[in-house]
Design a binder for this molecule. Structure first.
Ligand code: PEP
Ligand code: MN
Length: 270
């Protein structure tokens, strides 16, 4: 059992993705569609994100869907579309890698490798991304404890890669009104133990958009280092996770509401 201050997988407090510092005074926002669907979709999204000052664009090309019948993503072609659109608008990229055999392809293109909730304990994948030297966004498995998340991160750190950011994305409970239960105690605990920066994925935690503003404020109040939010030009038509994706106007409104909390005030940490 990891106890506070002991045997923690201590990594850096600030992780650098391109010019962005995750874990510093500025909160980091990562937004974009659940899945890359078309050139038009990612182009419109990238243009909007750069307009509102979001530095990192997300978008799944290899989708870790629960059902094999669901849209599985556009694969390598999708990753190319994401990266081209993001670069055109000066954005950095994060995208989920599921297979270590794709590591070379990802490393040449994206700025941050995402390990999805379903792969949090895929040890071969963790070791490989640990050897890649690329920043890693490690999502908490929906059936994993905080300790298991930290130990999974240690697999990456032990390969010499210190650039790891944790992501709380909700855990499975008996509550059906949200897709998962956003465990903000995880954020508060990680910020207290300070092993690594941690962000909150509001979309996969909540599965809905109507309570995103108060939960974004709550996550920021707990000291999270950033937020991940799915955004789609037309959420109703999204091929995956439309219900938890904000429209452009929805994101603009949310940013407006949380703006005062996006900069951590020195000497006023939670
Ligand atoms: C995602 O972020 O695209 C995703 C599939 O999330 P998770 O792995 O948290 O379910
Ligand atoms: Mn999604």
């Amino acid at each position: 059992m990891i106890s506070p201050g002991q045997e923690l997988p201590i990594g850096p407090q600030v992780v650098h993705v391109g010019h962005v510092c995750i874990g510093g005074p500025q909160k980091t926002l990562m937004c974009g569609p659940c899945a890359v669907e078309s050139e038009d979709q990612v182009e419109k999204t990238a243009a909007f994100l750069s307009q509102v000052g979001i530095p990192i664009m997300r978008g799944g090309a290899f989708k870790s869907r629960t059902s094999p019948r669901a849209f599985q993503g556009l694969g390598r072609e999708g990753l190319e579309l994401l990266v081209k659109a993001a670069r055109r608008h000066g954005l950095l990229t994060v995208s989920e890698i599921m297979d270590p055999r794709d590591l070379g392809f990802f490393s040449d293109r994206v700025d941050m490798l995402q390990i999805g909730a379903r792969n949090m304990q895929n040890l071969a994948l963790l070791r490989e991304v640990g050897r890649s030297g690329k920043p890693v966004l490690l999502k908490r498995g929906f059936m994993s404890t905080v300790e298991e998340l930290l130990l999974a991160a240690e697999y990456v750190l032990r390969e010499g890669n210190q650039e790891v950011v944790l992501c709380e994305r909700g855990i499975r409970t008996f509550e059906p009104l949200t897709r998962n239960t956003l465990d903000l105690a995880c954020v508060a605990l990680v910020k207290r133990m300070k092993p690594l920066p941690i962000i909150v994925d509001l979309s996969h935690s909540l599965g809905r958009t109507d309570i995103m503003v108060p939960m974004a404020k709550a996550a920021l109040a707990c000291g999270c280092d950033g937020l991940m939010i799915e955004v789609h030009p037309n959420p109703v038509k999204a091929l995956s996770d439309g219900k938890q994706s904000l429209s452009f106007q929805g994101l603009a409104n949310l940013l407006n509401d949380i703006e005062p909390m996006l900069r951590h005030v020195e000497g006023n940490s939670p």
